[in-house]
Design a protein around this ligand. Structure first.
Ligand code: NVA
Length: 301
């Protein structure tokens, strides 16, 4: 039975905390040879900075060898059937890291693979991001249990995975989005069920002010995700009023921290300069991709 990480809930809620503690240990200098003599195939069908760099460097830190395929190289399901690619990769590498479009693509890939498959972003989830995010919240607040996290804007892949991770660790995520941009109902329900035993929750509201009231963390992501470029003009109009800026942060808890998974679009979902506001922890968050994913690869292998 191969362990995949295709969505955040592929690991049990009680497995998240130890995984993040291991990530923090690796960050503090613990060494690991978990991938010695092993290769990690990294296949991306969308652009990437942090994900490529963190999986590449993370693989090397664990003693392994990364092999990267850029979007135009493989043509998953177009140049070659998805299952054929999965079979070939399984013969020559030890972990497959996939960034693609529909969740069904990575599910089909994993069904044919005999090595662990990691979701490095799909249209539905970005679970590696959520591991790094909750690691960052742990570092900042000492834990995620009881934390109040506000997510403002598009209820997208980042919001979905964040909801599962925060709720699974006993925290509370409130998502503020306009009609048409809320977290899918199935994911909202799924995250609440997933987080129930830890006492965590995910709530959808409309008002950004309501979401940020007494929040420890305010989080946002782009209004136009990769693959949605043709909707960009409409999204700018529909999400107007959901910008995170100093005025909104001032309405949150007095020690509020600001998070964004990057890349950011100042003037859209954030105001100019917000990444460099004293309350911003976005670059700690970005760095933690490296450590959270190293801990994940160690666990899956
Ligand atoms: N929601 C964004 C995240 C980018 C890391 C996207 O899917 O493009």
């Amino acid at each position: 039975m191969v362990n995949h990480f295709l969505k955040l809930s592929d690991i049990a809620p009680e497995e998240i905390q130890p995984l993040l503690e291991r990530a923090i240990e690796l960050k503090a200098g613990a060494t690991s040879n978990a991938l010695a003599g092993k290769s990690v195939a990294i296949l991306f069908e969308k652009p990437s900075l942090r994900t490529k760099l963190s999986f590449w460097v993370g693989t090397e830190k664990l003693g392994g060898h990364p092999v990267h395929f850029a979007p135009e190289e493989v043509g998953l399901g177009r140049r070659e059937p998805i299952a054929d690619v999965a079979n070939v990769m399984s013969r020559m590498s030890d972990i497959a890291v996939i960034r693609t479009f529909e969740q069904s693509i990575i599910e089909e890939f994993a069904a044919a693979a005999s090595i662990p498959v990691i979701n490095a972003l799909t249209d539905l989830e970005h679970p590696c991001q959520a591991l790094a995010d909750t690691q960052t919240i742990m570092e900042q607040l000492g834990g995620v249990s009881g934390a109040k996290v506000a997510y403002i804007g598009d209820g997208n892949n980042v919001a979905v995975s964040l909801g599962y991770a925060v709720a699974g660790l006993g925290g509370h995520l409130t998502v503020a989005s306009p009609a048409g941009y809320t977290v899918p109902g199935e994911s909202l329900e799924g995250a609440n069920t997933y987080g129930a035993s830890a006492g965590g929750s995910v709530t959808q509201v409309t008002s950004p002010e309501e979401a940020v009231a007494s929040a420890d963390i305010v989080y946002t992501d782009v209004w136009t995700s990769m693959g949605q470029e043709t909707e960009s003009a409409k999204r700018l109009v529909d999400l107007d009023g959901y910008q995170v800026n100093p005025r909104l942060l001032d309405q949150a808890g007095s020690n509020v921290k600001f998070m964004h998974d990057l890349p950011a679009h100042p003037g859209e979902e954030i105001s100019d300069g917000l990444l460099y506001d004293s309350r911003s922890i976005v670059f700690d968050q970005a760095e933690n991709r490296l450590w959270a994913q190293a801990a994940l690869m160690e666990k899956l292998i």
